[in-house]
Design a protein around this ligand. Structure first.
Ligand code: AMP
Length: 282
């Protein structure tokens, strides 16, 4: 596995592969790998002949007061994991290589970026779209793989690729969870033991809503209230950012689960802001 830091080198390597008739897959990440990242990499490895994994803690997607400096990092271990998962290139650029002095050109994210996480993180998806488009252009990958844990992110990236005619296929993978249901996240390391003990209640609340839907409940307000009631009892350390039921592609709120819908939430637990989601099928 090659470790590359220069955007130009990544571009040249991928052009070489493509000129030789190879297909290229891209897995964009911010590092501090867990089994969710590994799943994306192994999947990507199986659907293309060359695999590029990018590891970049993208300053542009963090807001003021967010955890850019504290974000967990372990480049040495990450390199070993990426190699074991079959990466041909690990691309680890420095921030000033991705954002040259006077950088001022941004992807204007679609309106769906203002919903859900976008409400408390107004410029987050502008930063995500900009860096992901750069990675698409540098790698010219045939396919990119994202996780459904960040459902809104993959929905926005699909829309961006469609709107801007980016010739790339987007694939997504299911959420990888701990045995107790907590969605794996690099940010789980922020949790104290007490917070960690309550954290699985996030996903249990969402599963509870799914059971209610399975029993015939379709009213979004009632489903939301049921989850909030459960959390009030079992997740007392949690501070709600949002919980919503939306259309899975447009992210528009729905009042009834008459067709497949997404229940998505963000909960602050101590220093961590944790997101999770579940599909509801009527
Ligand atoms: P991150 O490094 O957290 O920015 O995530 C990089 C990619 O891994 C994104 O596409 C995420 O959606 C995906 N990812 C993160 N956590 C999980 C998880 N628990 N299960 C599946 N994919 C994940």
């Amino acid at each position: 596995m090659q470790i590359l830091a220069a955007p130009q080198e990544l571009s040249e390597q991928c052009l070489d592969w493509l000129a030789g008739g190879r297909t290229v897959a891209l897995v964009p990440t911010m590092g501090y790998y867990h089994a969710g990242h590994e799943d994306l990499m192994r999947h990507a490895r199986g659907i293309a002949e060359r695999l590029v994994v990018s590891l970049f803690v993208n300053p542009a997607q963090f807001g003021p007061g967010e955890d850019l400096d504290a974000y967990p990092r372990d480049a040495g271990r990450d390199a070993a994991v990426a190699e074991a998962c079959g990466a041909d290139v690990l691309f680890m650029p420095k921030a000033d290589a991705m954002y040259a002095p006077y950088h001022g050109t941004w992807v204007d994210a679609p309106d769906m970026a203002k919903k859900l996480c976008g409400r408390s993180r107004p410029l987050h998806f502008r930063g995500v779209c900009t860096v992901v488009l750069k990675l698409f252009l540098l790698s010219r990958a045939n396919v990119a793989v994202f996780g459904n844990k960040d459902w809104q992110q993959q929905a926005i990236i699909r829309r961006m690729a469609r709107d801007l005619n980016v010739p790339i296929r987007i694939e997504t993978r299911p959420i990888v969870r701990e045995a107790d249901g907590l969605a794996l996240s690099s940010r789980n390391v922020y949790l104290t033991p007490e917070e960690r003990a309550q954290a699985p209640e996030i996903c249990r609340g969402l599963s509870y809503a799914r059971e209610m839907v399975n029993c015939g409940e379709k009213d979004a307000t009632l489903l939301r209230k049921a989850v909030l009631g459960r959390w009030a009892e079992r997740l007392p350390l949690g501070r709600l950012d949002y919980i919503e039921i939306v259309h899975p592609e447009t992210l528009e709120p729905v009042s009834r689960v008459d067709s497949p819908a997404l229940m998505a939430c963000a909960v602050r637990l101590g220093k961590a802001r944790l997101i999770d989601n579940i599909l509801l099928f009527p």
